[in-house]
Design a protein around this ligand. Structure first.
Ligand SMILES: *Cc1c(COP(=O)(O)O)cnc(C)c1O
Ligand code: SF4
Length: 346
């Protein structure tokens, strides 16, 4: 999953394209994502009464919603499950006992810059600090991006760490969203990872193909389809409505390139906290060629307490899900506990 250490690759363009680079279609869409709560409310035809709360939340963690994702929301419906994931609320400013800025305390497991090594055989690389969408429940919402400027020297240290540990078989690109980095940067990195003989797998945790399906373009498939490493992509999808025809087409291109597609979700109050919603998600994932992997309970990050679902309710939902789904469409219900050597099943 996503972590909070220094990012290894240069931060993607926030607003302006580099004058020398031709922007890919997805980069233009990323640059044009909605970043203003008033604009978000106006575009969705929400009642003015939502705006003051949205401004409060936005001041804590900025709004970011790409057009392609907005297009899947229902107009004028504040309970739309996609909107709920991105609409800031006044509740985010209310302190809650047990909800902290850094719930996973991952800084203790960073033996090299931007590298988290917590679990046997696999390491996580913070490949890009930015995201294409800002999810209100994100445990990185308090991440101090400004303090984490990357450098080429950091890269060398990080790659040395990977080369020196022959027990490592898998490199996981994470962030932020690793696919917010350019294909030139990603191809550069993957070329170096391929040269590490004991690495077998490349895993990418991303939400970009969901919120901007055009991210799966020829430039990306160029390096992804030709690497010697086995490739796994773990998408982050929380609701069936997130999967439209464009997402399915993007997934088909990934599958055709030999990528194994998995999904992880977060159990979120008001978004997917019913057996019907979770079953529909699993069914829809499979239509896109994606297998459910994890269903995470919420990390207790400050500002997200209103999304919490109790452990008892989570277990009940999963028991109900088992009644209606084939075993291969069942996600594993887990929690991330700092200091454990794997995710913890509930
Ligand atoms: C979640 C996570 C992984 C991947 O765990 P899997 O159970 O293999 O999916 C790897 N490293 C870190 C630091 C993680 O948080
Ligand atoms: S895409 Fe992932 S890392 Fe980015 S804000 Fe959403 S949950 Fe957090």
């Amino acid at each position: 999953m996503i972590t909070r250490s220094s990012a290894l690759l240069q931060r993607p363009d926030r607003h302006e394209p580099s004058p020398l680079a031709i922007q890919a279609r997805w980069q233009t869409q990323l640059a044009r994502a909605i970043r203003d709560p008033r604009e978000l409310c106006r575009r969705l035809g929400l009642d003015e009464a939502w705006l003051p709360g949205a401004e409060v939340g936005h001041a804590l963690f900025e709004v970011r919603v790409p057009e392609a994702y907005l297009a899947r929301m229902r107009l004028g419906d504040p309970s739309d499950p996609l909107l709920k994931q991105v609409l800031p609320l006044a509740e985010e400013a209310v302190p809650m006992a047990g909800y902290v800025a850094d719930p996973l305390a991952e800084a203790e497991h960073a033996p090299a810059p931007g590298l988290i090594h917590k679990y046997a055989g696999r390491v996580l690389l913070i490949t890009s600090p930015a995201c294409a969408v800002n999810c209100r429940y994100c445990f990185r919402r308090h991440f101090p991006y400004e303090e984490n400027a990357p450098s080429r020297a950091q890269w060398d240290t990080t790659l040395d760490y990977l080369r020196a540990d022959a027990s490592l078989h898998e490199a996981i690109l994470s962030g932020g969203d690793p696919l917010a980095a350019s294909d030139r940067q990603l191809a550069w990195l993957v070329e170096r990872l391929e040269a590490v003989p004991h690495l077998k797998r490349l895993r990418i945790h991303t939400r970009l193909p969901v919120v901007i399906p055009d991210r799966i373009d020829d430039a990306l498939l160029g390096w992804l389809a030709t690497t010697r490493l086995q490739t796994v992509m773990v998408l982050h999808i929380n609701h069936a409505n997130e999967i439209d025809e464009a997402v399915i087409a993007a997934c088909q291109r990934l599958s055709a390139a030999g990528v194994t597609l998995l999904n992880q979700s977060v159990l979120l109050q008001g978004v997917n906290d019913s057996v019907e919603s979770l079953a529909a998600l699993s069914e829809r994932l499979f239509e896109a060629g994606i297998l459910p992997y994890y269903l995470h309970v919420l990390d207790p990050v400050a500002g997200a307490a209103h999304f919490d679902v109790s452990d008892d309710q989570a277990r009940e939902l999963v028991a109900g899900l088992r009644e209606v789904l084939p075993g291969f469409l069942m996600p594993r219900l887990v929690r991330e506990i700092p200091g454990e050597t794997s995710k913890t099943p509930l």
